[in-house]
Design a protein around this ligand. Structure first.
Ligand code: NAG
Ligand code: NAG
Ligand code: NAG
Ligand code: NAG
Ligand code: NAG
Length: 609
């Protein structure tokens, strides 16, 4: 090792005999991911040519909307197309608006250069050149540096302080986020060449081990029934409780109440000098006809928060982002998912249909989506059948909550056995305020528990068992980390024309929808509070037996269940509380491996605001 360094120096010494001192072009990035560039030592040399998710320097898609510049432009004139709306962001031109999200690049000073020396910092690969921006600091601020910009001897002697960011994220058929930066220096007849590689950080979905920072829902507009307004007001009261205290952000001008489905909040992050630097990125579902999704760009973006949209999906329910959830971090059988793993549901049997967003998330590589069977469900979203809850002290640190159709049926069978078969099956009174559709069935438990209902739920239970087996096989989660949530499913649910549910799922006697408001379809607010739809089960001995079962199963993992009525606002439309809301969360730990604790007291190329 020592020998080779000596011989390298010898060669360099020979090459640079004219100036009498060895010099070498040396460009560095934060290749060891400690948040700093080590310019004097060798900390950033070893992984300089790495650009995998495991090692090498990381940079960010700088696609926020500082001071809502793009959003304001979009709202000021005639509505731009979906593509034009998504095309504007902080990095869509050549101005540096958010230096905080640039990664530093530095060159080692070369004091011995002659006055006529010059150098270039360039990206040669066309797709990377198009997507990555390099900036140099001038007295006027950060200035875009193109391949033909020539750095003077003076600047090279002092060492360059540069920044790099990206105009886009990794894409399924397009740029994979990799950029190779070439640094060439010419000093008289001598030349030296160096390379450093970086990769743009993946765009990641949040998981439930991260604390909620903001809850989203749809305010509803004038064409809505008052039911949504009541839901929103109840939701606000709950979130305002001192023990919860979370802000609520509302989509307005829209009757699309399914705030879970037209956007998936996510984030992207890289190491910084004082911990990870994180940009929130909202992923609009690839469902152009859901115009509420445009509000992600028009209103939800801001400084530190961007959005992306990829065309190519359809309005089909399989493409709704309620069909995208995240298994919390795990490592099993040599597969490591440090930021968790995306799950999405396929409607594969009826017709081969995978979510369009599947490819987009797969292109991010880190949370490589696992496909689960949601074909048995009428809407067909993963959030109707599985859920992940924080569970400190367990092997995985999280628990799998999964729908248990026969567990639900058994509650009714027990009630009949105990002589309560004539009690009303539902405890919710019919609504008195104007609403879209749907009455509370005024039937008894005996009348409801038909052979068909039992047989259907036996069939659904088999499908859920198969989903559970896939999750266990993939994650290694043990039976004692899995909780069965009693829930009964029904068939024959019809949708309004506007919902664009595919014909074979509309009014289907085969596909499942929650009979009682589906308690699994709620919001994990913290590691101890869970917001569930009120199931409105039968009242037996003065208690709602569905609620008791729900309290019991969530209580086992230390959760207090808070109930909210979503019967007319969401349940009647085939969804529940989770479908009708969304959450932005705070990533609690970096997605990359932290090799050494960040050093302090060094300049390290920190980019000042
Ligand atoms: C809609 O929401 C946006 C963002 O929250 C807000 O600026 C705007 O005033 C709202 N408009 C109405 C009519 O409530
Ligand atoms: C409500 O929003 C929908 C779009 O989501 C729109 O078609 C409808 O015109 C709006 N109604 C009113 C009264 O603004
Ligand atoms: C999709 O369906 C085909 C044929 O029914 C089956 O072979 C395949 O395993 C299914 N894929 C998934 C991901 O469910
Ligand atoms: C609600 O109203 C409908 C229609 O009037 C009726 O058939 C049903 O029994 C009522 N449900 C309850 C729980 O009272
Ligand atoms: C579902 O079927 C009902 C009854 O035939 C019909 O009124 C409704 O428009 C259909 N919905 C869709 C999304 O096709």
């Amino acid at each position: 090792m020592k020998l080779s360094i000596v011989s390298q120096n010898l060669v360099l010494g020979l090459l640079s005999c004219r100036s009498g001192s060895a010099w070498k072009a040396d460009i560095r990035a934060d290749s060891n991911r400690d948040g700093l560039i080590d310019i004097k030592g060798d900390g950033d040399l070893q992984d300089k040519l790495e650009w995998s998710d495991k090692a090498g320097a990381i940079f960010l898609s700088n696609i926020g909307d500082t001071d809502r510049r793009c959003s304001k432009i979009a709202l000021a004139g005639p509505p731009p197309s979906d593509e034009a709306l998504a095309a504007c962001n902080d990095a869509s031109d050549d101005i540096q608006r958010s230096p905080r999200y640039m990664a530093p690049l530095m060159t080692v000073p070369i004091p011995s250069l002659g006055d006529g020396a010059w150098g270039y910092v360039r990206i040669f690969q066309e797709i990377a050149r198009k997507n990555a921006r390099i900036f140099r600091q001038e007295p006027s601020g950060w200035v875009l540096t193109t391949n033909d910009y020539r750095f003077s001897a003076n600047r090279l002697r002092e060492g360059l302080h540069l920044g790099i960011d990206a105009r886009d994220t990794r894409r399924p058929s397009g740029w994979d986020g990799r950029a190779e930066i070439h640094f060439d220096v010419q000093n008289g007849l001598e030349e030296s060449h160096d390379v450093v590689r970086l990769r743009v950080a993946p765009l990641l979905a949040y998981h439930h081990l991260m604390p909620v920072s903001e809850v989203l829902a749809t305010n509803g507009n004038e064409s809505m029934t008052p039911c949504q307004a009541r839901f929103v007001s109840d939701l606000r009261d709950i979130l305002d409780r001192p023990s919860i205290n979370k802000p609520l952000w509302l989509f307005n001008h829209s009757d699309d109440v399914w705030a879970q489905d037209f956007v998936e909040p996510g984030y992207t992050s890289m190491p910084g000098p004082s911990g990870p630097i994180t940009l929130q990125v909202m992923i609009r579902s690839s469902q152009g006809s859901r115009i509420a999704g445009r509000q992600v760009f028009e209103y939800l973006r801001k400084t530190g928060r961007g959005a992306v949209y990829s065309t190519g999906g359809t309005r089909d329910e399989v493409d709704s982002t309620g069909n995208l959830e995240t298994i919390p971090p795990y490592e099993y059988n040599g597969n490591h998912f440090p930021a968790g793993r995306v799950i999405d549901g396929s409607h594969n049997e009826s017709y081969p249909s995978f979510p369009h967003i599947h490819d987009y998330m797969r292109a991010q590589e880190l949370q490589s989506p696992l496909i689960l069977d949601t074909d048995w469900l009428a809407v067909g979203h993963v959030d109707e059948m599985v859920q992940f809850l924080p569970a400190a002290g367990t092997q995985h640190g999280w628990a799998l909550y999964i729908a248990d159709p026969m567990g639900g049926i058994e509650i009714l069978q027990q009630a009949i056995k105990d002589g309560h078969g004539n009690e009303p099956a539902f405890s919710r009174p019919n609504g008195t305020i104007p609403r879209i559709a749907g009455d509370v069935p005024g039937i008894s438990i005996n009348e409801m528990l038909t052979d068909k209902l039992i047989a259907d739920n036996e069939r659904f239970a088999k499908r859920v068992d198969a989903v559970q087996a896939v999750l266990q096989r993939e994650t290694g989660i043990k039976n004692d980390e899995i909780y069965q949530v009693p829930m009964i499913f029904t068939t024959g649910v019809c949708w309004d024309e506007a919902e664009e549910v595919s014909p074979e799922r509309n009014c289907s006697t085969k596909h499942a929808a929650a009979l009682y408001p589906g308690v699994l379809n709620g919001v994990v607010l913290s590691d101890s509070k869970y917001l569930s739809p009120n199931p409105w089960g039968p009242i037996i001995n003065k208690v709602d037996v569905m609620k008791v079962a729900t309290d019991n199963v969530y209580g086992q993992a230390g959760f207090e269940v808070i109930y909210i009525d979503d019967w007319y606002s969401h349940h009647e439309g085939g969804g529940e509380v989770h479908c009708g809301t969304n959450t932005i969360r705070d990533p609690t730990r970096p997605w990359w491996d932290v090799k050494s604790p960040p050093r302090t007291g060094e300049d390290g190329g920190r980019i000042e605001l």
